[in-house]
Design a protein around this ligand. Structure first.
Ligand code: FMN
Length: 314
């Protein structure tokens, strides 16, 4: 029997549902799973009032997270494996996960341990995962696998459906657009990772130093989005610093700058993003080899291959 620590935080329950699918087969196979749900000292709202939503941006990007309530376990407790589940907020890990990874308790729990990351978000998780990799390494953890779940709609449709969901709480089919969030079937099929992980733990796979969840279509990267995301993340770093120079989270004096940023963001989504996608589509014969290489590289360590799918799918 292995001891597994799972860290979770979810506003709508979507990430919690995916996590539950992964955990169930582990528990059924007799492994001891401790699910730790992060609780911010001051809860984040759901749905988000628009001002709070924009005001969260600078601290998300600058990784300046408000504190969490104490964890339910002592930081000295030993685990064989840690699974970190998180959402993306402004191309960065959601603030509760950032708070955990920067806290002395979180770092102690991860130190020297194999780690699996699981993300569920709209579709842009590459920059956030780069940050996760860095924070995990700084804490002394070793990233083994990464699983990514993204919203079911087309990248352009989710520019409307995800903000509508976050700002109004409504995620149903609307104006011919697909519902917001990860497809229910995708969530159900997340249990394949639990079954494969359970087998891997039975043969001490967590000690092998290599990925345990390959061949299960763990991550599928669209390299065209990756290029737009990199550019956006660079711009986000500059904007977040600038806004913080005007004041702290919640202070009125930074609101004019937040408004300018919000207008910039809307303009970016309406113009630069579709234009860059169009340009990349037109240039795709030329870009193809580079994009293919980028795709393979960004899908590491677990990859998009499916050679184990039949074995573990249900
Ligand atoms: C403040 C905020 C910012 C977000 N920014 C992004 C983002 O940059 N990229 C993305 O793919 N999803 C983004 N999302 C969507 C979340 O990743 C997630 O899909 C959604 O909040 C539901 O998660 P939960 O119900 O499990 O908490 C954002 C959500 C919030 C609340």
């Amino acid at each position: 029997m292995k001891h597994v620590l799972v860290i979770n935080y979810s506003q709508t329950g979507q990430l919690a549902d995916i996590t539950a699918q992964v955990i169930a087969p582990l528990r059924a196979a007799g492994h001891d799973v401790h699910l730790e749900t992060l609780v911010p000292e001051t809860p984040f709202p759901w749905p988000w009032p628009i001002v709070d939503f924009v005001d969260a941006f600078p601290e998300c990007v600058q990784l300046d997270a408000p504190p969490l309530k104490p964890l339910g376990i002592p930081a000295s407790r030993e685990f064989d494996l840690v699974i970190l589940t998180y959402q993306v907020w402004y191309l960065s890990p959601a603030l509760p996960m950032t708070a955990f990874l920067k806290s002395p308790e979180g770092r102690q729990l991860i130190d020297g341990k194999p780690v699996i990351t699981l993300v569920a978000c709209r579709n842009m998780w590459l920059s956030a995962q780069e940050t996760m990799k860095r924070l995990i390494a700084e804490a002394g953890g070793q990233l083994r696998d990464h699983l990514a779940f993204t919203d079911q709609g087309h990248a352009l449709a989710t520019f409307i459906t995800t903000p509508r969901w976050v700002l109004t709480g409504r995620r149903d089919r609307w104006l011919g657009l697909p519902p917001a969030g990860v497809a229910p079937e995708e969530i159900r099929q997340a249990s394949r990772f639990g079954r494969a992980l359970s087998d891997a733990l039975d043969r001490d796979g967590e000690k092998s130093g290599t990925a345990m969840l390959t061949g299960l279509r763990a991550t599928t990267v669209n390299p065209r989005l990756a290029l737009s995301e990199r550019a956006a993340h660079r711009a986000f770093k500059v904007w977040s610093k600038l806004i913080r120079a005007f004041g702290k989270r919640g202070q009125w004096r930074r609101r004019p700058m937040l408004l300018v940023f919000a207008l910039y963001l809307i303009t970016l989504v309406l113009t630069v993003v579709p234009l860059s996608l169009l340009l990349q589509w037109l240039l795709s014969p030329l870009l193809k080899p580079r994009l293919e290489r980028l795709k393979t590289e960004l899908e590491q360590p677990s990859g998009s291959q499916d050679f184990n799918l039949n074995k573990y799918a249900q």
